[in-house]
Design a protein around this ligand. Sequence first.
Ligand code: PLP
Length: 410
Amino acid sequence: MFKINQNFTKLPASYLFSEVARRVNAYSQAHPEVEIIKMGIGDVTRPLCKAVVDALHKAVDDEAQAATFHGYGPEQGYGFLSEKIAEYDYRRHGIDMDADEIFISDGAKSDTGNIGDILSTADKVAVTDPVYPVYVDTNVMAGRAGELLADGCWSNIEYLPCNAGNGFVPSLPSGNPDVIYLCYPNNPTGTTLTRSQLKEWVDYCRLHGALLLFDAAYEAYIREDDVPHSIYEIEGAKEVAIEFRSYSKTAGFTGIRLGYTVVPKALKGLGDDGEAVALNPLWRRRQTTKFNGASYLTQRGAEALYTPEGQAQVRETVDYYLENARIIREGLAAAGYDVVGGVNSPYIWVKTPGTMTSWEFFDYLLDRYHIVGTPGSGFGPAGEGYFRLTAFNTRENTLRAVERLTGSGK
Ligand code: PLP
């Protein structure tokens, strides 16, 4: 009989959001009169902006006429979009970028998960902890993670804890990893790294021959000057880093799907014979073989984001979420909670009071204030004792939630 990929059986059931839903449903059934405010889910709530909607309509019309119909497109994305990305997201910020270093895809989840296809299964991985679970789980599937230990860590992954003790700034690794995942602005903590802090990581990777996988899915939320929008703002990063970007949280594309990955031409890894091999053609080969391109419609929609109207409209939406984040962060701080994030990020990371676990705090908030968030322990062992709230809500609900928590509503 055929064999399965045994690594999949090592993965524990993905229990976080289903358990959240189970507890919320049970509570609602027991207390049907209560109005629950949900601040757990990491999904946007505001509709697509007008510039995108107009471009999508026009693209549908293109597809309705033989003369302008588009079937299969280039697997790595249309030039009309990759040229705009190279120009607007990079060159205008002083970063050298060619359109053929950009690979457009259906989103950052696929790309951060698939990137391991072009890396050796012998590569040792390091992640910050807590972490976006896709990085760890996809390495488990590929056989790089080792065994699940009693403390919730995988034996062959190096965890770099981020907590109040180190100001949520991970230490450089000590286990000599080959591949390091960094996500800034961070999900789930909402924290960022400054230019000089990120430089240490780029320098580390250059010195040790490590690959930096930099997830910039929340780049659009950065408002502080000293926080780089791209890893390539750091000198030398093009030789060590791949960057992932997403239109999901930037422009509300979580439903229609689009993102891109930058694989610089200068980035090289080691082949079996010790020769340096460029990653850009490997990823192109991977994408052209396993991916048939993001839809023409969505790419036309994203193109509209690079017009002055598109830029202004998405900025307004992101500002709306950031104002929610400010309200939550300041409200919780005023109520005596220790909070980080929410400045350059839609996520607010709250320390649970006293010795309460993440799940105990979940139950406490649900029962006492009828507010739902996400237990930090679901994002890794170092997330225990923390809790994630998101700004992806209406202003009204955000204000009401803070009012419940603080009795003020400021
Ligand atoms: N990376 C991080 C850190 C995320 O939080 C998310 C979504 O929540 C993604 C990637 C996925 O983005 P996309 O919707 O483009 O697949």
